[in-house]
Ligand binder design. Structure first.
Ligand code: SF4
Ligand code: SF4
Length: 95
């Protein structure tokens, strides 16, 4: 039976302890040609890992994003898509 790794983050954590890049299976990617700079993704991200630049465009900090894709679900312009990062972890979790 394949070894399963289950990670729980119940609240945002600063520093190395909160970094998600080693276990995240997918991450959001912003299409800036569709982004209307409404800031909904920034407002709803539970990990506060989206920053807004001086021109009001959002930028995701991959080191802390856990890939929950809430930002994609709330984006009214459908400007955020999901990019799979580690298909092996997904297959193990589903078996
Ligand atoms: S929610 Fe979508 S349209 Fe709004 S700022 Fe974020 S990426 Fe851009
Ligand atoms: S996937 Fe989740 S944690 Fe990552 S930027 Fe979007 S809302 Fe935040």
């Amino acid at each position: 039976m394949a070894e399963r790794k289950i990670h729980w983050i119940v609240e945002p954590v600063d520093g190395i302890a909160g970094q998600t890049s080693e276990w995240r299976t997918a991450k959001p990617v912003i299409n800036y040609e569709l982004c209307t700079r409404c800031e909904q993704c920034w407002l709803y991200c539970p990990d506060e890992c989206i920053e807004i630049d001086d021109e009001r465009y959002p930028h995701i900090d991959d080191a802390y994003c856990k890939g929950c894709m809430i930002c994609a679900h709330v984006c009214p312009a459908h400007a955020i898509s999901e990019e799979v990062e580690d298909e092996q972890i997904i297959v193990e979790a589903e078996s």
